[in-house]
Structures are given as C-alpha cells and as structure tokens.
Ligand binder design. Structure first.
Ligand SMILES: C[S@@+](CC[C@H](N)C(=O)[O-])C[C@H]1O[C@@H](n2cnc3c(N)ncnc32)[C@H](O)[C@@H]1O
Length: 329
C-alpha cells in the first residue's frame, strides 16, 4: 500500500491551479472536487476519448476533465433521476434552470422556513429538477437525504443561509453548461455504463461512502450492495475496462471502510484528501485518507505502478496501517 500526497507539476496544470478553479454547478455532498487533481493525474497522456461517471452526482471529475481538455466526450449517469434531469437542463437549457432558481430564491425571502418546506413537498410530488437545485442550495450541508420508507427527500433547511444568490448560481451554471456541452446524461444504475465501456474509455467510479450504504438509512437515493459491486467490478476487469474507483476511507478516529478484494487485481493507493465531508457533516474537522483503485487495463495504459506513483506525484514507501494513521493525525 502506498500513501500519496500531491506535488505540483508543470506538466499537469490541474495540480498547480488548485481544484477550486474548476466551476461547480451546484453544491453536493460527496463531491470529489478537492480530489480532482489526483484523479486527473491517472488519465492516460493526452486524455481520453470518453469519460464515464456512473455515480455522477455533481460530476466534479467530468467538469475538471473538460476544464483541462482531458475528455472529448462524457457520459454522466446516476440512479437519481431528478438529479440527472437537472444535469440535462444545465446542458440544454441553463437559462430556464437559472430563471426558476432566481424566482424561488426571491419568493423565499418573505418566509424562508415555510417556503423551503413548501418546495420540498412540491419536489416530492413532482420531482421537478429546478426544485432539487433550490433544495440542494438551501439544505443542510448540501446533503441529500431520502426517507427509507417513502423515498421522499427529507433533508432539512440550513436556517443560517438562504442559498447561493441567483447571480452566483447563474455564473456557475453557465460555466458548467459551457464545459459540459455534448455530454450524454442517463438516469440508471452504475452496472451497464461500467461493464459496457469501450477499451478507449475511462470510467471513474465514486460509489456512496461505505458508512452510508449497505445500511438501512441510505443517504443517497439508493445504497450500494458491496458483494454485487464486487461482482460487477470483476466483470469490468474481465472486459478490460479502464477504471478508477474511489472507495473507503481512513480517518483520524481510525474508521476504515472495507478494502476491495485483492482477487480483483486492482492497484490500491491511498491519497491524503483533506477535510472529510462526512466529518464536516458531523461538525468535526478531520483529515481523510481516501483509497483509489486502478484497474489492470488502465494500469497497462498508464505504463505500470511506478508510472502511476509518479503521476500521482508521490512518496513511494509502502506504509503500514499504523503509519497510515500517523499521517492523518
Ligand atoms: C459519492 S456520490 C458521487 C459524488 C460525485 N463524485 C461528485 O463529484 O459529486 C455517489 C452518487 O452515487 C449515486 N448512486 C447511489 N447508488 C447508485 C447506484 N446503484 N447506481 C448509480 N448511482 C448510484 C448517488 O445518487 C450519488 O449521487
């Protein structure tokens, strides 16, 4: 196991520019925006003909890949239909989305608490994507929550804020829309987009955090069954799909998700990822070490483990679990 931390490289502008220079269309719990520099470093030289994000969420890696010219085409997919409808609007009709957001933002001013609840009820009845944008901008930590019983969005409002001002959302959505022109959007499970990827594609997988899946209280619309996930990864390995998976974390209170089985033949690296969004949600400040797994087909395209480590820009000493914890303390 190798722990890595990023170093600046003039050949990789995403490492020097900093992740926050890439536009983010909307706030989203679990966004991989801050990890984008490391993940982009695992793209084959010159980028890829198609990047597939089957757990797209806010599409942080696709946005960053487009921003740096690393992906000719993009397939964004996620099981959350309203979220994917929102992405369609961002790409095809951003003015309409921004207009609806501005109207709601202004209408809320008379009674922000009551208005949030009315929009949440309306969203649960209609699944209109613009309503989801408003809810994401107003809810606690931009963290989607769905009732296990009814499937309804049930996250509360952050009463300290009114959500991003319409002008800011307009700029962010216009920038994201420009970057994502031509991207294909699908509302579906991760299995098909991953297993059927072409040899030239690159798939970036960011499944729900293990602490939020395989448990009754699913934070995202759908959890992830680990054994099924492992089987699907095996199929993707057999199909020689190039993929990177973000999976499990080590935090300084020693929580550690299950590693993926070594039988899959993936190359496992840890990267220091800064503040954990899970920890932030719980009001704690924590450093997180995240796992990245690289598929054999991608490893071959990249030229082997040494090249991967040099792309990531890293110290090469394998570290024990104890040493790993000392890194994050
Ligand atoms: C950790 S978030 C991804 C965040 C994303 N990388 C970003 O930058 O915003 C996980 C996403 O997986 C989606 N998801 C959960 N179960 C899924 C499934 N079975 N198939 C496809 N997507 C799923 C959730 O809706 C959520 O958007």
């Amino acid at each position: 196991m190798t722990v890595v931390s990023s170093t600046a490289s003039t050949e990789m502008p995403w490492k020097t520019a900093g992740p926050k220079s890439v536009p983010q269309a909307f706030p989203y719990q679990g966004s991989k925006r801050l990890l984008a520099p490391q993940i982009l470093s695992l793209f084959p030289d010159g980028g890829v003909s198609r990047l597939i994000e089957p757990f797209a969420g806010s599409g942080a890696i696709s946005l960053a890949a487009r921003y740096y010219g690393l992906a000719s085409s993009i397939l964004l997919s996620d099981v959350n239909e309203p979220l994917m409808e929102m992405w369609r609007l961002i790409i095809e009709d951003p003015e309409r989305l921004v207009g609806e957001y501005a109207r709601m933002w202004n209408e809320q001013l008379a009674d922000p608490r009551g208005y949030y609840l009315s929009i949440r009820d309306k969203f649960n009845a209609t699944h209109e994507p613009a309503l989801l944008l408003y809810l994401l901008c107003r809810c606690v930590k931009a963290a989607v929550r769905y009732s296990q019983k009814t499937g309804d969005f049930n996250q509360g409002a952050d009463h300290r804020r009114l959500g991003a001002k319409p002008h800011n959302i307009a700029m962010r959505i216009a920038a994201a829309s420009g970057l994502m022109q031509g991207a294909k959007v699908e509302a579906c499970g991760y299995e098909e987009p991953l297993v059927n990827a072409d040899a030239d594609d690159l798939v970036y997988l960011d499944p729900p955090y293990q602490g939020t899946s395989d448990v009754p209280d699913h934070r995202y619309l759908k959890g992830l069954q680990r054994d099924v996930f492992v089987d699907v990864l095996q199929k993707a390995v057999d199909n020689k799909v190039s993929f990177v998976v973000s999976y499990d974390v080590v935090t300084d209170d020693n929580k550690y998700g299950y590693a993926l089985p070594s039988e899959l033949g993936l190359t496992h690296r840890h990267i220091v990822a800064g503040l954990s969004s899970q920890a932030t949600l719980m009001g704690k400040s924590q450093t997180t070490v995240e796992s990245l797994y690289v598929s054999p087909a991608l490893m071959e395209r990249l030229g082997g483990p040494d090249r991967v480590d040099s792309c990531l820009g890293l110290g090469l000493e394998p570290m024990s679990q104890d040493a790993l914890f000392s890194v994050v303390r």
